[in-house]
Design a protein around this ligand. Sequence first.
Ligand code: BEZ
Length: 254
Amino acid sequence: MQTATKEQTWSSAVYGKNARFVSELGAGILDWLEPQSGERVLDLGCGDGHLTQKIANAGARVVGVDSSESFVQSAQELGLDARVHSGEALPFDGEFDAVFSNAALHWMTDAPSVVDGIYRALKPGGRFVAEFGGHGNVAAIVTALRAMAHRHGIDETLAHVWYFPTPDEYRALLSERGFEVERIELMPRPTFLPTGLRGWIETFRMPFFHAAGEKASLVLDDVEALLAPVLRSGDGRWIADYVRLRVIAHRVAA
Ligand code: BEZ
């Protein structure tokens, strides 16, 4: 069996080419945030700063954090206050009116530590507004990757490394850890992949294909053949089976 690191690494350039749609689709959750002029907002998992910039443009004083140096550097080049931090060990204490996050929390599998860090970062009464992958997200892609891992002798745990909770599960976690949940919902969001399934895998599941080594191209062909009947539209476009969880919760004023 071939093995490889499970560590996902990011290249701002590859992300910009294959996955700009992720921050563009995040515009909807910004409407839930309603950033106000002068308030302090933490953008958790800010990526290359595309949405952080929009929060700043609304007049908020925003700090972006991300564990990827490549992303943080890109965000800083936009003139943003962006810092390298793990979302599982946030260093802030009672200083933000809001914590915002788009398409990032599913990468942080120690969810209790993430929620505790968000709680600590907020002022009492402050709001937490987020969108990320929910239960069933990319289920067809994960199943195909697992099947191809079996066929080609790749470590199958490399096929699924994310946290995709149900609304009930996430509501319970937030409530246990000092939040009052105002709104939480799961929504299917079939998502057009502008650079196809290969572009998506190159961006989001690189370790799986590094593990495939010399067979990577063959494995990709097999994954595409398995998924084409369910994820390709009649006009040949790839549409991924995204499911998003959206939440607004408030730190209970203690
Ligand atoms: C995303 O960042 O949008 C994403 C990452 C992994 C799986 C599905 C979606």
